[in-house]
Design a protein around this ligand. Structure first.
Ligand SMILES: Nc1ncnc2c1ncn2[C@@H]1O[C@H](COP(=O)(O)OP(=O)(O)OP(=O)(O)O)[C@@H](O)[C@H]1O
Length: 212
């Protein structure tokens, strides 16, 4: 779609504390196109780590360390300027907007050929001709595909995935893993995946760290 990204996402000596107790420690570098999987029991701090990187960590936590994209320190930037794309278990499409409206929302304001980019994005995920559909009329898998393309059209510099396949049925889950990881690799995006599912980690094909 666009030129592949070339930046690494670096989490250097990250230590997050809650009520005076260390919750998690991470020291890692995610290469362009690589997916780092974070696993761990409920309450071990997986979502907290994503919130820290994305820029919306609750003030109940005390965080130390550095987060860098390429050479840029992300921690001094507000969430909306970090260039981080997020995918959750729910596609979170805007129900009052058509598929096109949702994808337009992802596109940077000054994009030329918006309609053409949207049509190409839909074609890439087997949804050619779905431009005017209402999200409520799409299947779960179709909604997940639109959410993925909205993310990619927003030209993020890194991606965070929080249990992105957990609400899909088994067959669809396998298909979406291949699609999501394939697209992220092709786009060269460093990606942090939080999951409980070892098959997700295997499909991601990258290193795994365990919290807790
Ligand atoms: N806003 C908050 N204020 C205080 N404590 C919080 C807050 N959010 C989460 N916690 C606590 O921080 C710890 C880590 O929570 P977190 O949601 O990161 O875990 P998780 O590994 O993502 O769990 P799960 O797998 O269940 O989603 C938990 O003990 C949780 O109760």
């Amino acid at each position: 779609m666009n030129n592949a990204a070339t930046e690494s996402l670096t989490l250097e000596e990250v230590c997050i504390r809650l009520a005076g107790q260390a919750l998690l420690q991470v020291n890692t570098r995610i290469a362009p196109g690589e997916v780092l999987t974070v696993m761990g029991p409920s309450g071990s701090g997986k979502s907290t780590l994503l919130a820290f990187v994305a820029g919306f960590l609750d003030s109940a936590f005390d965080a130390q360390g550095q987060v860098r994209l390429g050479e840029q320190n992300l921690l001094t930037l507000p969430a909306e300027q970090r260039g981080i794309g997020l995918l959750f278990q729910d596609p979170l499409l805007f129900p009052h907007l058509s598929v096109t409206g949702n994808l337009r929302f992802g596109l940077p304001k000054r994009t030329h050929n918006k309609q053409q980019q949207i049509a190409q994005a839909l074609e890439q995920v087997g949804l050619a001709g779905f431009e005017n559909r209402d999200p409520a009329t799409l299947s779960g898998g179709q909604q997940a595909r639109v959410a993925l393309m909205r993310l990619l059209l927003s030209q993020p510099r890194a991606v965070l995935l929080d249990e992105p396949f957990s609400k899909l049925d088994t067959a669809l889950r396998q298909e979406m893993r291949a699609l999501v990881f394939g697209q992220l690799r092709e786009a060269g995006l460093p990606t942090l995946l939080v999951t409980h599912d070892e098959a997700d980690a295997a499909a991601a094909g990258g290193p795994i760290i365990a919290l807790g």
